[in-house]
Design a protein around this ligand. Structure first.
Ligand code: SAH
Ligand code: SF4
Ligand code: F3S
Length: 445
């Protein structure tokens, strides 16, 4: 099949890192079909909006973006809506936005070339199946990486059904990708230039599978196997659920040097009453206990999290308990959101929805505390020596930006270094969102 008259594509990914990963795989697929990446949507014959359904605002953004794709001369590129909005809204999308040609869900995007053929004939193309054959079995294999950091989706979907969340509906049931596929993909990424791999999953620490000897393994087993790839220097994983935080994974943080001292472990709320209503199946105390065990084995581990304020029924007291768990847990960074009722989720039908002004005020107070903790965490690193993996160019001449093991961005100036170098730096300055460093030594990368 050829896509002769569709030469250039542009993919815009919203939402979580799993969408970023899917965007990369779609891009490789389209290149495999003979197309090439356009600089922007203006120059593209095909625009893929890889969407997120997690909050209402994210969905609204998709429709305004579709509107903006219409060009001054009245024409539009071929438009494909992919990702979680596609899965959740299906046909409704092309009804509401007739300029959309293709709607394709997160488990069906390997069929994009066939859908483009349908769309070329002037028909609307829709595929929101969750097929039995995994898209991973038919996608082209991984090529050269433009960046030294790569994502690798190891687990998809979610069976947790938190009462506020759309993910179990948009991404389907929890599945773990097979061991050998993951080892092979990791090796291909490293051969293609990756030095750091972040293992991804909606509940990445629920990953399980059989290794090449038929032994059952959890995520820690997979991490230990990846540790053996010598040109791979750093391993990360996200997002983890407190209930899937096994002793083996906690132990790996004390034993595997390549496993970075950083954990993204969302708690959502500090109130046990609200956690129960959210169906989180962990308590504030069980969460803090996990942190204690991790910090025992890896005292410098940096903690990140997600929070929702204004969940239905959240009282002032419940919210105070959220502030308290933040004080007890101590975050190096975090994401916090106002509760957004999502159609079809149990929480959207609950009584006692919280007024927007109350949510605003709570979010501001929570973010002030989290920002304070983040700044304090950054300041602690001043004067310290650590290594950074240079990931991208900065705005200034000769400026490069890399990440510390604790996922902080560090700006350095060096005309001699390049992206992909792993260097030792001394942190000289800390701001609320990033650090400045001075090069001490170049390490073998
Ligand atoms: N699987 C991960 C995160 C999935 S979504 C986990 O369980 O932690 C990312 C974050 O979006 C969630 O952690 C939550 O904080 C937020 N989120 C999800 N649904 C939301 C909603 N309806 N309103 C506001 N925030 C929401
Ligand atoms: Fe959503 Fe909860 Fe699953 Fe996370 S664990 S993806 S918040 S349902
Ligand atoms: Fe959004 Fe879907 Fe990720 S809803 S957060 S893109 S799993």
């Amino acid at each position: 099949m050829t896509q002769a008259d569709l030469k250039k594509f542009h993919i815009k990914s919203f939402g979580c890192q799993m969408n970023v990963y899917d965007g990369e795989r779609m891009s490789e697929l389209l290149v495999d079909q003979g197309m090439s990446a356009a600089k922007n949507s203006e120059e593209a014959d095909l625009v893929v909006l890889n969407t997120c359904h997690i909050r209402e605002k994210a969905v609204d953004k998709v429709y305004s973006d579709i509107g903006r794709l219409r060009r001054k001369d009245g024409t539009s590129p071929m438009i494909a809506v992919a990702g979680c909005v596609a899965q959740a809204e299906g046909k409704e999308i092309s009804r509401r936005a007739p300029s959309v040609d293709i709607v394709v869900g997160p488990q069906a995007y390997h069929r994009l070339p066939e859908l483009m053929e349908v769309a070329k004939s002037g028909k609307k193309a829709l595929d929101t199946d969750m097929p039995a054959i995994s898209k991973f079995d038919v996608l082209p294999s991984r090529g050269k990486q433009a960046r030294p950091t790569a994502f690798l989706t190891v687990q998809e979907g979610c069976d947790k059904f938190c009462t506020y969340c759309v993910v179990p509906y948009t991404r389907g049931a929890e599945i773990s990708r097979p061991w050998t596929d993951l080892i092979d993909e990791a090796k291909a990424l490293v051969d293609g230039g990756a030095r750091e791999i972040t293992l991804l999953g909606q509940n990445v620490n629920a990953w399980s599978g059989e290794d090449d000897k038929g032994q059952n393994q959890g995520l820690d087993g997979l991490i230990r196997a990846l540790d053996k790839i010598s040109d791979l220097k750093r391993i990360r994983y996200m997002t983890s659920h407190p209930n899937d935080m096994t002793e083996g994974l906690i132990a790996a943080h004390g034993e595997v040097a390549k496993l970075m001292p950083f954990i993204h472990l969302p708690v959502q709320s500090g109130s046990d009453r609200i956690l129960k209503a959210m169906n989180r199946s962990h308590s504030s105390q069980s969460y803090l206990d996990i942190l204690d065990r991790m910090r025992e084995l890896r005292p410098d581990i940096a903690l990140s999290g997600d929070f929702i304020v204004g969940f239905p029924g959240e009282s002032d007291q419940d919210f105070e308990e959220t502030l308290q768990i933040v004080r007890d847990a101590n975050y190096s960074q975090a994401f916090s959101f106002k509760y957004s009722p999502r159609p079809g989720t149990p929480a959207a039908a609950m009584n006692e929805q919280i007024e927007p002004e109350v949510m605003d005020e709570r979010l501001q107070r929570l973010q002030a505390l989290l920002n304070e903790q983040q700044y304090a965490f950054n300041q602690q690193t001043v004067g310290r020596r650590t290594n950074i993996l240079l990931e991208r160019q900065g705005k200034l001449d000769g400026q490069l930006i890399g990440k510390t093991p604790w996922l902080q961005s560090v700006h350095i100036i060096s005309p001699d270094l390049k992206i992909g170098d792993l260097v030792e730096v001394e942190i000289t300055q800390a701001g609320p969102n990033s650090l400045t460093g001075q090069i001490k030594e170049r390490l073998a990368a």
